[in-house]
Design a protein around this ligand. Structure first.
Ligand code: 6PG
Length: 464
């Protein structure tokens, strides 16, 4: 395999780990970073680091390949602006941050005018992934991908069948769109798991170590995944000072850096229902209103007792059903994004790239990959062979969990929105007939009929 020389700009923990991973695979990496302390840490880790941008650019053979690992947003534009006067046609810039795909589309167009290649690569797997094998979602011009594909494939995580979890997915912002959706699904997955923890704690009266055992068991079954595995580990962790479960001492107020919100926004923009992803984002916003929640809990306190009709097996099955439904929303969003932006995304390829290295890696993704490989891709993942049966089998469990949580006053926005999505998408007739009539009543927005084609308007007040 041909070895390459690559410049890595941004030597924070993700950049440094990625650089170490690349050099482990026999490629030459020259790093640069504005912060002198981070340059020092990278050198101590054994990396070749240039002190100035000029030295960095001079050290790179032409055509240059420069991989940016800087904070998404304005910093990426600043770095590109500082590089641009010194770049030459044929050079390739890669953005490996969690960039907004709209920005990636814009940057790709701008750089193309200068005849500079640009790839937006979604990198998932956190610090460990970057160091030992991330999942890599590549977007941009195919020519740029061909330049760098050997290197990228060499550093990626390997699925159980040995294939690299890295793929070129489409032009422009395709890679970052898929990474954004990965994160939206990550939000939904995490929220669904957190709701199960709440149901175990408040609904069933389990403590952290009891719940840890249950999640550990779930990780041996169809829910086996990185997020279930780390949930069990997190719940086992004790606080060294108090010896209490650490989770009980962590403030229940979650932050976010934008990618989940962007996924929900993209779904709204494209008119794709993705309520479980959106509810996961909203749930973080509810959690962040700590003071307000404390005040309201005093004022409007409710003690509805335990969820008596609940048990852990029902919960496990309900979680699997909700997970299938949440993934169906994410894949429907990618399908719509692909059509809208003409990316021609291969959804089986996306599922394959997510099988290892990334945060949502799970055995279940093997089935998702197969579902989209079938000659006729499913209309909706919920109907895919292999998944539809499991969903049908476990749906009654999801109904029990939603009903019991409602009775016990335990908020489960992700689980209940998954059920509502399922029930909405499997209803051939919904009450939007009334919505259309109301719109036509107050705004003459017209409506369509079931018995003939065309747009109709009624003088609703004429008969009053
Ligand atoms: C990954 C993660 C990574 C990061 C998220 C966290 O795929 O490795 O998704 O990108 O952990 O951005 O996002 P929030 O801070 O918004 O939860």
């Amino acid at each position: 395999m041909s070895k390459q020389t690559l410049g890595l700009l941004g030597l924070g923990v993700m950049g440094r780990n990625l650089a170490l991973n690349i050099s482990d695979k026999g490629h030459t990496v020259i790093g640069h970073e504005r912060d002198a302390a981070l340059r020092g840490t990278a050198r101590q880790a054994g990396l070749n680091v240039a002190d100035t941008l000029d030295a960095f650019l001079t050290a790179l053979p032409s055509p240059r390949v420069i991989w940016l690992m800087v904070t998404a947003g304005a910093a990426v534009d600043e770095v590109i602006a500082s590089l641009l006067p010194q770049l030459s046609p044929g050079d390739l810039v890669i953005d490996g941050g969690n960039s907004d795909f709209h920005d990636t589309e814009r940057r790709a167009k701008d750089l193309k005018e200068h005849r500079i290649g640009f790839l937006g690569i979604g990198v998932s797997g956190g610090e460990e992934g970057a160091r030992h094998g991330p999942s890599l979602m590549i977007g941009g011009e195919q020519q740029g991908w061909e330049t760098i594909s050997n290197l990228v494939v060499s550093i990626a995580a390997r699925a159980r069948d040995g294939t690299a979890c890295a793929a070129w997915l489409g032009e422009g912002g395709a890679g970052h769109f898929v990474k954004m959706t990965h994160n939206g699904i990550e939000y939904a997955d995490m929220q669904l798991i957190a709701e199960c923890w709440d149901l175990m704690r408040r609904g069933l009266g389990l403590d952290a170590s009891g719940a840890a055992e249950i999640f550990k068991g779930w990780n041996e079954g169809p829910l086996a995944s990185y997020l279930i595995e780390i949930t069990s580990r997190v719940l086992t962790q004790l606080d060294p000072e108090t010896s209490r479960p650490l989770v009980d001492l962590i403030a229940d107020s979650a932050g976010e850096k934008g990618t989940g919100r962007w996924t929900a926004t993209a779904a709204l923009d494209l008119g794709v229902p993705a309520p479980t992803i959106a509810e996961a984002v909203m749930a973080r916003a509810v959690s962040a209103r700590l003071e307000e929640r404390e005040y309201l809990s005093e004022l409007l306190s409710k003690d509805l007792g335990r969820a008596v009709g609940l048990d852990v097996t029902t919960l496990e099955r309900a979680l699997l059903a909700a997970k299938i439904i949440a993934y169906a929303q994410g894949f429907a969003l990618m399908d719509a994004g692909s059509r809208h932006y003409n990316w021609n995304l291969a959804l089986d390829q996306v599922a394959r790239v997510w099988r290892a290295g990334c945060i949502i890696r799970a055995d279940f993704l093997d089935d998702v990959a197969v579902a989209f490989t079938e000659q006729t891709a499913p209309f909706n993942l919920m109907s895919a062979p292999g998944l539809a049966d499991r969903l049908t089998e476990h749906l009654s469990d999801l109904r029990i969990v939603v009903a019991e949580a409602a009775r016990a006053g335990i908020p489960i926005p992700a689980l209940s929105s998954a059920l509502a999505y399922h029930d909405g998408m499997t209803s051939a007739r919904l009450p939007a007939d009334l919505i259309q009539a109301q719109r036509d009543y107050f705004g003459a927005h017209t409506y369509r009929r079931t018995d003939r084609s065309g747009d109709f308007h009624t003088d609703w007040t004429g008969s009053e």
